[in-house]
Design a protein around this ligand. Structure first.
Ligand code: VGL
Ligand code: ZN
Length: 208
């Protein structure tokens, strides 16, 4: 089933092309080694988002539009770790190899990096939680966000929902997200939840 066959989204019909323009920004969520196959919290097929995101990066770079990248950046005793009673294996420990952006991700030098969940006692699945992301976007006059990355059912979901709450128009890059799927269908459920909140699902071929 392809979400694009279902309906229209707000003012957009799925056949319409979306012109990437001033006021737009690319927001890449947590494309870090620990979330890729072989990492400590591997997202199935998480590596597949990398080449697709590189296409989006090129498009935004070519138009001199801003690129933002969030990263999970935990202390070694973070509350989300099983060692501390949390749900996850230790992952994305600040400064570790696992916390580095995927080596194949062609982040431009001008990209703004946003670190999140940096203190032991609080988790943050959203790139807006406890970070300067909203201020940065406002200062850059960003109105529309094109969001992709990992993982669909956690940090992408929460970042997209917060972006909508903050008043941004959100385009969800459906070909550049992958889910953890702790429970079967968590990923598709998350996609529907984001669309239900107002995110517009797009894929590479729809942009111009
Ligand atoms: C994430 C689980 C734990 C994510 C971060 O980036 O989606 N998932 N920490
Ligand atoms: Zn985490």
């Amino acid at each position: 089933m392809n979400i694009h066959n279902q309906t229209t989204f707000g003012n957009f019909s799925p056949s319409q092309r979306i012109h990437v323009q001033a006021g737009d920004a690319l927001l890449i969520v947590d494309v870090q080694n620990d979330f890729l196959p072989g990492g400590s919290l591997a997202v199935p097929c998480g590596d597949q988002v990398v080449p697709v995101l590189n296409h989006y990066i090129s498009l935004f770079q070519d138009r001199a539009l801003p690129v933002y990248a969030t990263r999970d950046w935990h202390p070694p005793d973070h509350c989300s770790f099983r060692t501390q009673g949390g749900p996850w294996p230790p992952h994305c420990i600040a400064g570790s190899a696992g916390a580095r952006f995927a080596s194949g991700l062609k982040l431009p030098p001008s990209a703004t990096v946003i670190s999140k969940a940096t203190s032991a006692g609080t988790d943050a699945y959203s790139g807006f939680e406890g970070t300067p992301l909203d201020d940065n976007l406002r200062n850059a006059n960003v109105q529309r966000l094109f969001i992709g990355g990992l993982a669909t059912d956690y940090c992408v979901l929460n970042t997209v929902n917060d972006a909508l709450q903050h008043g941004y128009q959100v385009f969800l890059l459906e070909d550049a997200i992958r889910a953890v799927n702790v429970n079967r269908n968590d990923g598709v459920k998350a996609e529907w939840a984001m669309v239900n909140q107002g995110a517009i699902p797009v894929e590479w071929k729809m942009l111009s």
